[in-house]
Design a protein around this ligand. Structure first.
Ligand SMILES: [Zn+2]
Length: 346
């Protein structure tokens, strides 16, 4: 198999900012890369990046959400401490004492999430999870005015500054691998893209139960089929049993048959069969997933315009929806190879 790995590009995508509704940096990187690959590229009213060679009726859409989980400023107190809301599904336990970074007017502003220290907690307090509403961000200011001068206002967003690194022989870690891995896969499909196939970097997937940007783009484009290119929970570590999340790193992309126990997308049967046949013919190992907990952009597309055949093909990723996650390059390579073949024949 040809290698599709370009770690420099992957690091750039992972480290770019793009909390839901603030996707301009990651969207700019995606649009420039699509253009460089010779595709017609546009950014729609909602911030979705669309790239294609040419479009006729009923195109095939391959979509990866560009946004990431993060925090948004809710209140700045007179001493300069910041209260925040969570953007996207974040487990409060992963937030304690993390570094955060705001992309402010004059450059990045770093902060630390603080809370009551364990030394002065009562015994029963120590055993309970600290709610994010009891945490605050400390940016090293003494007054609210100082925070504002840094360029941080109500509504400003922050991400987690985990750097991108390679791990072991063939793994990688970084922030926002959900879903910069998917964005990376789309960029690798750009060269030699067939007519009437559209690559879409979608906005605002994490912020809603289902993807807002994907729905808006698909309503407008009326595709013959929609494929969400995303990540999913890998359960191959000591704190999960095989039946909790039976998806493994290094064993290939996961085809999601059922999302959110059926509340999300249930993959179109005929589309699923076609994709399984393509994978088999190309000898690409895939994993089948029935997911109880989460959904993808496909969940906001299957039920519009009289029903659009939809499916999600996901890269297994450990620790998603935390400040840093881990993935395996073999899964990224196989995901791209499978998508390439799908884009050629479907
Ligand atoms: Zn995702």
């Amino acid at each position: 198999m040809v290698s599709y790995m370009d770690y420099q590009l992957m690091a750039k995508l992972s480290e770019a900012d793009g909390v839901s509704s603030e996707e301009s940096e990651i969207a700019g990187i995606m649009a420039a890369a699509f253009k460089k690959a010779g595709l017609k590229t546009e950014i729609d009213n909602f911030g979705n990046v669309l790239a294609y060679k040419s479009i006729k009726e009923k195109p095939l859409i391959l979509a990866a959400h560009m946004d990431e989980i993060g925090l948004m400023v809710k209140h700045i107190d007179e001493k300069g401490f910041i209260r925040f809301i969570k953007i996207g599904g974040i487990d409060d336990r992963t937030l304690m004492n993390q570094q955060v970074v705001f992309k402010a007017k004059h450059g990045p502003i770093y902060g630390v999430i603080g809370s009551k220290p364990p030394h002065i907690m009562k015994d029963e307090e120590r055993k309970t999870v600290v709610d994010y509403r009891s945490m605050f961000i400390d940016v090293g200011a003494n007054k609210a005015e100082e925070v504002r001068k840094m360029g941080i206002e109500i509504g400003s967003t922050a991400t987690f500054p985990a750097g991108f690194h390679r791990m072991g022989k063939s793994m990688m870690c970084g922030k926002a691998l959900d879903n910069r891995l998917g964005c990376y896969a789309l960029l690798q499909l750009a060269k030699g893209l067939k007519p009437n196939v559209i690559l879409v970097g979608t906005s605002q997937e994490e912020i809603s139960t289902f993807g807002k940007g994907a729905m808006i783009a698909s309503y407008h484009l009326e595709p013959r089929a929609f494929i969400a290119v995303d990540t999913t929970v890998a359960g191959d570590h000591p704190e999960l049993k095989p039946d909790d999340a039976p998806i493994y790193l290094g064993k290939g992309p996961a085809i999601c048959l059922v999302e959110a126990a059926g509340r999300g997308n249930i993959s179109d049967k005929s589309l699923t069969k076609d994709i399984l046949d393509i994978a088999k013919k190309a000898k690409i190992d895939i994993q089948l997933e029935v997911f109880e907990g989460g959904a993808t952009d496909a969940a906001s597309v299957y039920n519009i315009k009289g029903g659009i055949p939809s499916i999600a093909i996901c890269i297994p990723t450990r620790y998603i929806h935390s400040t840093v996650s881990v993935a395996h390059e073999d899964d990224v390579e196989s995901e791209i190879e499978l998508l390439k073949r799908i884009a050629e024949v479907l």
